[in-house]
Design a protein. Sequence first.
Length: 223
Amino acid sequence: MARILVIAPHPDDDIIGCGGSIALLAQQDHEVVTLYLTSGEAGSLEIDPDQLARIREDEARKAGRLLGVKEFLFWRQPDGFLRETPELINQLVRLIRARQFSTIYLPHSQEAHRDHAAAFRIGIDACRRAGGPWFKECGLTPWTVSTILGYEVWTPIQQVNYVQDITGVMELKIQALQQHFSQVSAYDYEDAVRGLNRYRGVTSGRGTYGEAFCIYQTAEICV
């Protein structure tokens, strides 16, 4: 059993970017933990931000449980203003060292959304710091994450390194996405996700539906 961390800037980014991969990992009895850096409280003009944060966290739990996620972490950073701070990076370093994740999923480096881009920088910096003999306040045992994969949400990946066939769990992914009712009621994310995953499947030849990733680190290669 491996321990997997999925870093999401907002609730629903994890489902859009790598929901099928999450389902496959859970079906193989791997432990999947999802970390939401913000609670997406800025995602509506009609709902009070505090109320929307509660709604979206509940939606995230419902969606993740459908896929088999074991644990949900909500760090409640400001939606729309996610920033790299020493406190936040150190908090993630402590989590990585304490839980010893073998694989981390995070938004890819070229995501145009500022929160997504910040989530990448926070995640990749914490992974690199966690593996070194520094920052005693973050734990005494360094830990190197074997695999770091970047997923796509708003901005398609230009240079795809890996495509995961998710054909067998595509409908489960869509069911999970539909749990984010506060968002899918306003935007046709289902159609967008089906189209993108169908495109990745066809162009890679790896299945009817696929999820594309940038490989930032493996046990053998760092790019």
